[in-house]
Design a protein around this ligand. Structure first.
Ligand code: SF4
Ligand code: SF4
Length: 382
């Protein structure tokens, strides 16, 4: 039995568009964001609403390929395709764009996207372990604050920023708590439903309302778990999905993992739990410094070294009693592709668990081939 509240998460996108329209009618601004490195607390403290514009569908890719090279990751092409075709209502609603210099393809795409809407690019240092990287990223937070104030005409007050930091931290705690239900033997939430719950965080306008929904979900999960209701088939292999971001529209691998008989007990990617265990210090004298410190720890493959991703995977595999790891790489995503080697090494050497690396794109052309590979992978755990 599925939690009743899932219907609310499913209509969150629709509701979000209505809320955005009201916000804009009353003079509010909307910021389009593409990445976990975007400090959304700062955006909200400036009175703007951040919305994720990350492209997850194949439809706009052909339009993007008129400008971008075909051998670029589908996420970048889809995101850019939505911008040039003006077919995404969230992009249309965005007054300005925040980008970061994460991977090469994305940062160069942002140069072109900046021709369509005002775009601020945060320059990201790639090393979390050195003090000067943090100093540099702190300066980038200050530069972003200036940009946001200019775009919104709204001065960012320290008290409001601290309030937003607390609220965002609370959402992170709730998401982490919800993800922990999958560590149990019997929980009434599939991996695809977990993805929907987590993904809503990047499109919701009203963070307080989202926190209320998350608390209601926790209440239902408690009740269903106490009644012994489970979404899982007896003995279904417990899987962890890691790698590139995947969400509604680019979820073919997740669907196959569950259709073929597995159960996704943990989603270690940006649409999942990545970063939700990292809180911003709430009472810091300099909240911009606190934001810089937290966001620099985001365990993305564009960072080098990226030890934090290995640590997160280690925690999730052990706590969720994972039996197999699937690593998803979008074609032409070099950073996740190269990093797959160390993930495989960790999974096989440390726990002697089966590991499957899948490299694919947004098209359905390889679905049956992937199904065969995933079925064979799941047989290793039966
Ligand atoms: S994988 Fe890295 S670059 Fe992509 S959205 Fe996540 S944090 Fe950003
Ligand atoms: S999936 Fe990889 S190549 Fe694509 S935007 Fe993210 S980091 Fe860049």
């Amino acid at each position: 039995m599925r939690p009743e509240i899932m219907k609310e998460f499913e209509r969150a996108g629709e509701l979000s568009l209505l809320n955005l329209a009201e916000h804009k009618e009353s003079g509010g601004k909307v910021a389009g964001v593409y990445c976990l490195f975007a400090p959304t607390e700062l955006v909200r403290a400036a009175g703007a609403i951040p919305v994720s514009l990350c492209g997850k569908k194949e439809a706009p890719i052909s339009a993007a390929e008129k400008t971008l090279p075909p051998n670029l990751c589908p996420l970048i092409k889809s995101s850019y395709g939505y911008a040039v075709t003006d077919t995404c209502p969230f992009f249309a609603a965005s007054d300005f764009i925040l980008g970061e210099t994460t991977c090469d393809g994305k940062k160069k795409m942002f140069e072109l996207m900046g021709r369509i809407k005002p775009l601020h690019l945060m320059h990201l240092p790639y090393d979390t372990s050195r003090g000067h990287a943090l100093d540099f990223w702190h300066q980038e937070m200050i530069r972003l604050k200036d940009f946001l104030e200019e775009q919104t005409g709204h001065a960012i007050e320290v008290q409001e920023l601290k309030r937003q930091i607390k609220l965002q931290n609370e959402v992170r705690r709730l998401l982490w708590r919800i993800s922990r239900y999958s560590a149990a033997e019997t929980i009434p939430l599939s991996g695809l439903d977990m993805m929907t719950v987590m993904e809503t965080k990047s499109s919701c306008c009203d963070l307080e309302a989202y926190a209320v929904l998350l608390r209601q979900l926790i209440e239902e999960l408690e009740a269903l778990s106490a009644a012994g209701v489970s979404d899982r088939r007896e003995g279904a292999p417990r899987l962890l999905l890691t790698g590139c971001p995947a969400g509604k529209g680019s979820d073919k691998v997740l669907q196959l993992m569950e259709e073929c008989g597995g159960v996704i007990v943990s989603l270690e990617n940006c649409t999942g739990i990545k970063g939700q265990n990292l809180l911003v210090e709430e009472d810091a004298a300099d909240p911009l410094q606190a934001l810089a410190s937290r966001y620099l720890q985001t365990p993305c493959s564009c960072m080098t070294p990226n030890e934090e991703r290995l640590q997160l995977i280690q925690t999730l595999v052990e706590e969720h009693r994972v039996q197999g790891v699937v690593d998803l790489t979008w074609q032409c995503c070099h950073t996740y592709n190269v990093e797959s080697f160390v993930i495989k090494e960790l999974v096989e050497k440390r726990w002697n668990l089966p590991f499957l690396h899948i490299e694919t794109d947004y098209s359905a052309s390889d679905t049956e081939q992937l199904r065969t590979r995933i079925e064979a992978f799941l047989e290793l755990m039966s």
